[in-house]
Design a protein around this ligand. Structure first.
Ligand code: ZN
Length: 581
């Protein structure tokens, strides 16, 4: 309990506090406005409806022969030029799908097509591009490798990696996450190869020259960065979750790894459906291993790509692979169904996918495994910040469309923060708001405010302060905690001093709901809660007996706080008389 203070003292402190909060609020609004002033969204003049992408390959020359149709609708009347993203494509034909050629200009990575007339709003336009390219990004040709005894380590393969913005290196597109369209691919491969891509495999067309064309159709709208293919000699193991076909593509001879690496896929799907209250949103789920992948995995829609090194590690470290598999699967809800509107908001994809690794562990193996994961995420984030010069919040005001956005902040800090949010509003409100958030924005795009609104709606709490300090601001709190017990007055006084360096974007004082665990010699334990709001704050409790031990945040509600706790000090109080001398 809090010690009673005189009313006047309370009033003065209260007034001072209101004043400080006001200053702080003004400051943070100003800072936030500056941050969001740089617009991370793109302006759009059209809405792509559908992509039809045909690809063939010259493996030796690492060349892609592409034939892409983009069907789009203008957002305004008088629409006479189309600007698409396209890099280093050599065009054979640019025009209307019926054969009418159109003039175009290529400036940097922007392709501008001059239409044959001014189109009106919502009038569908089908543009066709026939081209070849030797992509330096987006499509990767990997030569196979053999062991000394001739055994194949990995087969020849060609695969794509579009996120964040590499799609336009192999097909003209609106290469930004905020426009969703359906897609279709016709991928022509060597006779002994297979192609794995997004959505339903409609048919395999046998070509006269022995080659095969795999026709895939993704019939629900998605962002361009989620379009993918993998080509190679693969062995496919099949399974089913409810009526959803599951495919596990591994190198021939590596089939025994499938149960070890992917054996829990169905449990994960069930658990994620239960937690989110949303059924797996697509009509299939494939997982394919590839060589020389620069990430652990990529959540290409319905067709996750995974580094072979990670998948094969399941032989020795199944738990690590389990996290990766659940992470990529979780993106089906967080990232693929509901997608960040721009790259500054990437954390909305990655924090949730990382958090769901822990949520899966909790359901499958219990709270301890969950806690371990969250704690580890927080530690990895702290370790990263030590050498990080580019401070940014979860909302990344430094976001560029390159690999620099995939750093531990959106993932590790993000995951620990989602946990903090769940602790702040409680389990029931948290999962309810996750459901609201996913339902409301299904097949759409989101920004942080959309998540905040859902969390506020389900919990009835105002969360501006929470999102402001944890999402828009950077860094993390470091607190020096000094508890002192005064045996004569049986008072426990605790000083909390926030010691994080004063830096732009890092709050000088985080607001922290702190749990204090107090134990007494007779075995009694009490839980006190205080709200820390100032850089230096002292709280005091009066008891009717001696305090034996004091602990802080034992239930790990604040994993993103580094606490340096001094041992409980027993103060030798002097009597008033002695002090006078
Ligand atoms: Zn991810």
């Amino acid at each position: 309990m809090l010690e009673t203070m005189s009313f006047r003292k309370i009033l003065i402190i209260l007034l001072l506090f209101v004043y400080l909060v006001e200053i702080q609020a003004q400051d943070s609004t100003k800072q936030r406005n500056q941050l969001t002033a740089r617009d991370f969204n793109r302006e759009r003049s059209y809405d792509v409806q559908h992509y039809i992408i045909r690809t063939e390959f010259d493996r030796q020359n690492k060349t892609v022969f592409g034939d892409t149709t983009v069907i789009l609708k203008p957002l305004r009347d008088g629409f006479s030029t189309v600007e698409l993203d396209a890099a280093e494509l050599n065009y054979e034909f640019v025009g209307i799908v019926d054969g009418k050629k159109l003039t175009y200009t290529q400036l940097g990575e922007k392709l501008t097509v001059f239409l044959d007339k001014a189109y009106s709003k919502d009038e569908a336009i089908s543009l066709r591009f026939v081209y070849s390219c030797r992509p330096k990004k987006g499509v990767y040709f990997v030569d196979g490798a053999r062991q000394g005894d001739g055994q194949v380590l990995w087969p020849d393969q060609i695969w794509t990696q579009n996120e964040p913005e590499e799609a336009h290196y192999w097909f003209p597109s609106y290469d930004f996450p905020d426009d969703k369209a359906t897609s279709e691919q016709f991928i022509t491969v060597e006779p002994e190869e297979v192609a794995i891509a997004n959505g339903e495999l409609v048919e395999i067309i046998q070509q006269a020259n022995g080659k095969k064309t795999f026709h895939y159709k993704m019939n629900v709208p998605h962002s361009v960065y989620l379009i993918s293919f993998v080509i190679g000699k693969y062995s496919k193991i099949e399974d089913k979750y409810r009526n959803i076909p599951l495919g596990f593509y591994v190198y021939p001879g590596k089939e025994p790894i499938v149960p070890k690496a992917f054996g829990k896929t169905k449990d994960m799907m069930r658990i994620f459906e239960e937690l989110t209250g949303i059924e797996y949103p697509f009509n299939k789920y494939d997982q394919t291993m590839v060589a020389r992948f620069r990430f652990g995995g990529m959540e290409n829609i319905t067709a996750t790509t995974l580094a072979d090194t990670e998948v094969l590690a399941a032989e020795f470290m199944p738990e690590l692979v389990e996290d990766l598999v659940s992470h990529e699967l979780a993106h089906s809800w967080f990232g693929n169904l509901v997608t960040c509107r721009n790259w500054a908001e990437l954390w909305l994809n990655e924090a949730f996918a990382s958090y769901m690794e822990a949520a899966y562990r909790e359901k499958m193996y219990g709270r301890e495994e969950y806690t371990k994961k969250i704690e580890n995420d927080a530690r990895e984030y702290f370790a990263y910040e030590i050498i990080n010069k580019r401070k940014h919040g979860l909302f990344n005001h430094l976001a560029q469309p390159d690999d620099s956005i995939f750093n531990p902040i959106p993932y590790k800090k993000g995951s620990a923060l989602i946990h903090t949010l769940r602790e702040e509003i409680g389990d029931e409100a948290f999962w309810k708001s996750v459901n609201i958030y996913l339902k409301r924005h299904s097949f759409g795009n989101v920004e942080t405010t959309d998540l905040k609104n859902a969390m506020e709606e389900a919990s009835g709490k105002k969360l501006d302060w929470f999102f402001d300090q944890w999402v828009y601001k950077a860094g993390y709190p470091q607190i020096q905690i000094k508890p002192t017990f005064y045996p004569r007055s049986k008072r426990l006084t605790i000083t909390f001093q926030q010691t994080q360096p004063i830096e732009p974007l890092v709050p000088a004082a985080f607001v922290l709901p702190m749990e204090i665990h107090i134990s007494f010699p007779d075995g009694e334990e009490r839980l006190e809660k205080v709200m820390i709001r100032k850089r230096v704050q002292t709280v005091s409790f009066k008891f009717d007996k001696a305090v034996q031990e004091v602990g802080f945040d034992k239930n790990m509600k604040l994993p993103l706080v580094v606490m340096n706790i001094s041992p409980l000090k027993i103060s030798e109080e002097r009597s008033t008389k002695r002090r006078k001398r």
